[in-house]
Design a protein around this ligand. Structure first.
Ligand code: PFF
Length: 465
C-alpha cells in the first residue's frame, strides 16, 4: 500500500506542534510541585542540565527515527531492526493507555473553566469539597450519571470531541493550524499570569526559594525526580516524537528544531513555576510544603489562591483557558499517534480512523471517569483506575521503551544512523559526541535507575498500606 504521507507545511509549524505536545499538564501541575518538593532552585538547575543532555539525546533520537523511516512507531522500529518490531507495539500501547485518562483530566479543566466563566469561582475555592463532589459524584444509576454535568462524564465527552475534530482535519489543516493559534496564546497568557503573581505581597520569598539553588538540598532523589519529569514533559517514549518526526519535511534542520522544542518546553515549565510557586507560598505564610501534588494543586489549592488575589476570578479564568490549551495540544498529539498507527496498518482513511480511535478512547476512559465516584470501590493493586493507568504507562512502560530504544540505537544499529539523518541537511551535528555517549551509556543507566526507583517506591507503598 503506497499512501502519500502527510507533513507539516513548515519547520516552525512542526516546532510549534511538537512543543505543543510537550507543553501540557505535566508542565503545569507536575513541574511546580516537584520543584517545590525537591528544594526549588537546585531542582531547577539539575532539570535544565538534564534537559540539554539526556532529554536532548532521547528527543533527537526519536524525531530522527521518525523522519528517517517516515513511518509511525510500529513500522519505524521494525524498519530499523526486525527483532525490535515488538518495541513499536509497546510504544504504541502507551498513548492508548494515556489518551483516555488525559482526556478525563482535560474534562475536569473544562468544568473549572466554565465554573470560573460563569462567576462561580468562589464555589471552587472551598478547600476540596467542590472538587471531591465533582469527581466523586454519585448520580445514582449509570445512565443518569453519564449525562449529569455535575459529574465528570459529559465534560470528558466534550473534551474528546474537541480533540477528535482537530485530529480528523489532519496534520497540516488540523494539528498545525491549531498549534499555530494556541501556542502563542499560551505563551502570552503564561507570561501575563507569571508577572501578576510576582506582584503579590510576599511573592519575593517564594521567588527566591524557586530560583536560588541551595546546594545542601541536593540528593539522588533530586536527579531521579528531574529525570522522571523530563520524560513526561518532553512526551518521550510513547511514539509521539517518532510520529511527528515522520511528518517533518526532509529539508528542515533537525538539531535546531529539537533545541527550540526543548527551550520552549523548559521555559514553559519554568514560567509555570513562576505562576504557581510564589503566590502559593505567599498565601501560606512562606511554607513550600503547601504546594501539593497533581490534581490537588490545580483544582483545590489554586482556586483558593485566586480567591485571595485581587481580580482573582479574571486571573483564574485566564489560567484555566491556558491549562485547557496546553492540555489540548498534548491530547491531540497523543491521539494522533494512535491514529497514525491505524492509518499505516489498515486501509482506513483519516476521518474513519480518527472516529474509530475516538470511540475506543471514550470506552477506555469510562473507568477513569467513574473511578473516584460510582466505581470507587474497585481498585487495581491498591490504585484507582486513573492512577493505575498513569503508573503503568509513566513509571513502567515508558522507561522500558526508552531503555530498549537506547539499546537498539546505541548497540544494535549504531548512533551513526541518527547522526546521518541529523547531518543530512545541516551538514553538521553539533552535539554528536554528546548524543553518542548519552544514548550508548549514560541514558540506559539512568533509565534503569528510574524504573528501579519507581517500582521500589510502589512496592514499598503497597506493603506499608
Ligand atoms: N508532555 C505532555 C505533558 O507534559 O503533559 C504530554 C504528556 C506526557 C501527557 C506524558 C501524558 C503523559 F503521560
Amino acid at each position: 500500500m503506497n499512501k502519500e504521507r502527510s507533513s507539516f507545511s513548515s519547520r516552525i509549524g512542526f516546532v510549534l506542534a511538537a512543543a505543543g505536545s510537550a507543553v501540557g499538564l505535566g508542565n503545569l501541575w507536575r513541574f511546580p510541585y516537584l520543584a517545590a518538593k525537591y528544594g526549588g532552585g537546585i531542582f531547577l538547575l539539575v532539570y535544565i542540565i538534564l534537559a540539554v543532555t539526556f532529554g536532548f539525546a532521547l528527543m533527537i533520537t526519536e524525531i530522527a527515527i521518525g523522519r528517517k523511516t517516515r513511518l509511525s512507531c510500529i513500522g519505524a522500529y521494525k524498519a530499523l531492526d526486525k527483532r525490535f518490531g515488538f518495541l513499536g507495539w509497546i510504544a504504541a500501547l502507551v498513548p492508548v493507555i494515556i489518551t483516555p485518562y488525559y482526556c478525563v483530566i482535560g474534562g475536569w479543566v473544562m468544568k473549572y473553566l466554565v465554573t470560573f466563566l460563569t462567576g462561580n469561582a468562589l464555589n471552587a475555592a472551598d478547600g476540596g469539597d467542590f472538587f471531591n463532589n465533582f469527581i466523586g459524584f454519585d448520580a445514582g444509576s449509570i445512565p443518569a450519571t453519564m449525562l449529569d454535568f455535575s459529574g465528570p462524564t459529559p465534560w470528558f465527552l466534550i473534551y474528546v470531541i474537541l480533540t477528535t475534530i482537530v485530529v480528523a482535519f489532519g496534520v497540516e489543516k488540523g494539528i498545525e493550524k491549531a498549534s499555530r493559534f494556541m501556542m502563542p496564546v499560551l505563551a502570552v497568557l503564561a507570561i501575563f499570569i507569571a508577572c501578576y503573581s510576582l506582584t503579590i505581597d510576599g511573592a519575593i520569598d517564594g521567588l527566591k526559594y524557586y530560583i536560588m539553588p541551595d546546594f545542601s538540598q541536593f540528593s539522588a532523589s533530586t536527579v531521579l525526580g528531574a529525570l522522571g519529569q523530563l520524560f513526561y514533559s518532553m512526551s518521550l517514549a510513547m511514539g509521539i516524537m517518532i510520529t511527528y518526526g515522520s511528518y517533518m519535511q526532509k529539508e528542515n534542520l533537525l538539531e535546531h528544531s529539537v533545541s527550540q522544542i526543548e527551550i520552549f518546553d523548559t521555559l514553559f515549565a519554568f514560567v509555570a513555576g513562576l505562576m504557581i510557586i510564589p503566590p502559593v507560598i505567599a498565601f501560606n505564610g512562606g511554607d513550600p510544603s503547601k504546594i501539593n501534588a497533581g490534581p490537588g494543586l490545580m483544582f483545590i489549592t489554586l482556586p483558593q489562591v485566586f480567591e485571595k488575589m485581587a481580580f482573582g476570578t479574571v486571573i483564574g479564568t485566564v489560567f484555566f483557558v491556558l491549562v485547557l490549551f496546553a492540555a489540548l495540544t498534548s491530547s491531540i498529539s497523543l491521539m494522533e499517534t494512535i491514529v497514525s498507527v491505524v492509518i499505516d496498518k489498515t486501509s482506513l482513511n483519516r476521518k474513519t480512523a480518527t472516529i474509530g480511535v475516538a470511540i475506543v478512547v471514550l470506552i477506555i476512559g469510562v473507568p477513569s471517569c467513574l473511578g473516584y465516584g460510582p466505581w470507587a470501590g474497585i481498585t487495581i493493586i491498591g490504585m484507582q483506575f486513573l492512577d493505575f493507568f498513569d503508573f503503568i504507562s509513566n513509571s513502567v512502560m515508558m522507561p522500558i521503551v526508552a531503555f530498549l530504544t537506547c539499546i537498539l540505537i546505541g548497540h544494535v544499529v549504531g548512533t551513526k544512523v541518527i547522526a546521518d539523518e541529523v547531518e543530512a541537511e545541516a551538514g553538521v551535528f553539533h552535539r554528536k559526541k554528546l548524543h553518542e555517549v548519552m544514548v550508548k551509556w549514560i541514558a540506559p543507566v539512568l533509565l534503569i535507575l528510574i524504573l528501579g526507583s519507581e517500582l521500589a517506591t510502589k512496592v514499598f507503598k503497597i506493603f506499608t498500606i
